[in-house]
Design a protein. Structure first.
Ligand code: NDP
Length: 241
């Protein structure tokens, strides 16, 4: 018997990085997981590797219908969803002089709107049942004013406020809500910066690995009784701000 035996979990952004590590950690603790992202080949390979009834949904979270599709697919395949980890996100950094305004709407759609929509739809189903856990992935970038990260950071700030209000609105319902804010973690998220000839932030310091963040997410999901680990900030040991 492991900590999440008999539970089900939906993880977005499971085809890479923190989402993949989280799916592995939740499955390792006994949960049956649904893996969500666009790259089906990666999701299928991960599901096969995880085993234990893991299933996949290939979907573009930028679509306004994505949250409802996720809820329907998860209910059909898992029965009920005990844990939702809204992890998928993109990072486009740029100074005011060079910011490509075409990047704005996709960042809002994926990093904010998609998380809000799925949080609301899954929260209603969980509240009706009287139990559940929602984890939204923030960033330490929400606490920093850093050149180039104005849009990314401000969307994470907005998400933090939304997530905390969701926790408050669900207080006493049996549904736990929390946010995990990773520090610099070496993943594909920095490839866009590197492709544009900039150093990815994971090149400045010895960064964390996705498993470091997955451990914190698992800890949040393992809370029992009256405890809700509502906010966790995971910094790399060499981050000095
Ligand atoms: P990765 O780039 O490694 O992974 C991003 C994931 O999101 C992929 O699985 C990708 O899958 C999915 N994704 C991106 N766009 C879409 C879309 N339109 N529809 C569906 N899925 C999508 O990123 P990380 O693991 O680093 O980041 C995960 C979360 O952690 C993000 O919310 C990020 O903001 C946050 N974070 C990361 C930090 C870091 O240093 N790495 C620091 C602070 C926060 P696919 O391309 O297959 O669709």
């Amino acid at each position: 018997m492991t900590s999440l035996s008999g539970k089900t979990a939906v993880v977005t952004g499971a085809s890479a990085g923190i989402g993949e590590a989280t799916a592995r950690a939740l499955a390792g603790a006994g949960a049956r997981v649904m893996l969500i992202a666009r790259r089906l080949d990666r999701l299928e390979a991960l599901a096969e590797d995880i085993g234990a009834g893991a299933c996949c949904l290939a979907i573009d979270l930028a679509s306004v219908d994505a949250a409802l599709t996720m809820l329907d697919a998860a209910t059909a395949q898992l029965g009920q969803v005990d844990i939702l980890v809204n992890n998928a996100g993109i990072l486009r950094t740029s100074h005011v002089d060079s910011f490509d305004l075409a990047e704005l709407e996709p960042m809002i759609a994926i990093n904010y709107s998609a998380v809000v929509r799925s949080s609301i739809l899954f929260a209603r189903a969980m509240k009706q049942r009287g139990s559940g856990q929602i984890v939204n992935i923030s960033s330490i970038g929400a606490s920093l004013s850093a050149s180039g990260a104005g849009v990314y950071g401000s969307l994470k700030v907005a998400l933090d406020r939304f997530t905390d209000v969701l926790r408050i609105e669900l207080a006493g319902s049996g549904v736990r809500v929390g946010q995990v804010a990773p520090g610099t973690t070496s993943t594909e998220i920095f490839e866009d910066m590197k492709a544009r000839g900039q150093p990815g932030w994971d090149e400045y310091i010895p960064a964390m690995v996705p498993q470091d963040i997955a451990r914190a997410i698992l800890f949040m999901c393992e809370q029992t009784g009256n405890a809700n680990a509502a906010r966790m900030h995971i910094y790399a040991t060499s981050e000095a701000f």
